[in-house]
Design a protein around this ligand. Sequence first.
Ligand SMILES: [Zn+2]
Length: 460
Amino acid sequence: MTSELPNARPDFSIEDCPRFPSLYDFCQLYAGGSIEGAWKLNQKRTDVAINWAGGLHHARKSEGSGFCYVNDIVLAIIELLRYHPRVLYIDIDIHHGDAVQDAFYHTDRVMCVSFHKYAPNFFPGTGSVNEIGHKEGKHYSVNVPLKDGIDDTNYLKMFKPIISDVMEFYRPTAVVLQCGADSLRGDRIGNFNLSINGHAECVRFVSSYNLPTLVVGGGGYCIRNVSRCWTNETAVLLDVDLPFDLPDNEYFAHFAPDFKLQNTGMEAENQNTRGYLDSLLTQVRKNIRTLQHAPSVQMTAIPPSLYDDIMDNMDEDEEDKDANEEYLRETGPDRSMPRSPPRPNPTAEFDGGAEERSSTSNTNNTNTNTNTNSHDVAAKEDATAAMDADDDRGASTAAAAAAQQAKHQQESQASPTAQMMDVERYPSPTTTNNNTNDTSDANTTPITNFRGQVFDQGCE
Ligand SMILES: [Zn+2]
């Protein structure tokens, strides 16, 4: 089954996705923003939701990839699928939206359209025009592989007719638009020549269809151009004109030398010939026109909301925290911890010794691996079951499976990350010995002092 996915590739996750303090909080914030945006669209509380912190389109169900830890886009689309029979995903980041495409590669309920650079050794190495989806999802993945240096005119000559065709043939009921700003001229990774106006024209064009739309950020490695781009696109979505001269602000000096609402940077040579673009456009439009008009699904039941589930879990977390604090008040001297320690096991003795800490760290490590592996197995089983369930395409089943998948993703990503932070926070046995050897009462240092010492050393 795995071989049917196009994106088997080397493991970039460790180099691209390092751990850092508050990583879990960061993931919660940006993924929660996209999920809540989708929820508000479902509730008709807004017609456009923006989350510039989101758009991390490379993250996979059980691994980070390409600076992306949790795929907020997939989670948001799963939320939209509770009410929307067809969701269109459009990606104008310079990199292929590989993980979003893979998540929905076998279904016609989500159409993924990605405009990106496609060249040897360019991350993630996928997104050829021949990746069109599989099984029920055949022709519901659309890839527009471009070369260095494409400018506004040529980009829009591809973007507008393709999106027009998709709107006509697929008739989505909701849209998710990923606005990665690394497709701008002057980006440190990308080599396209888009201006912020050309980039924003894509946003304007999509919003002209007046569909419920979730707009998310994505890549962008020239920060002053990213802020110009997404400021301008916020204004486009609000139908507001901004002055070309930037107003005075505390970051004004960063926008030298021109202080204008336009991106700066070197132009790359345009390697997209007219012939290449014409034949690409012809092939992509031909693929789109072969798909069935507006596939329908039977909306028999509304599956549970991922957003509601998260809110419930937050309530439970609060209850757990209260219970934890009460437990610690009764049993341990550990109230100085700024964050709840691992949930205590009521059957285990908690003596606070260094040896116990070491074994706790090791246990956490073991648990992390065990959890990850078991989730990987569960994920693969889910994916296999989903791929095999050709005859069972009722909306409730598909969406319930999606919700289940989201839950697995939450668990598989949240639990190990949280535990890794604890493992990191608690020094290794070696560090423990080194630190305590310097003191005369090393073996009897109370746990409170030890942790306090760690925090004083700047590990927080
Ligand atoms: Zn990118």
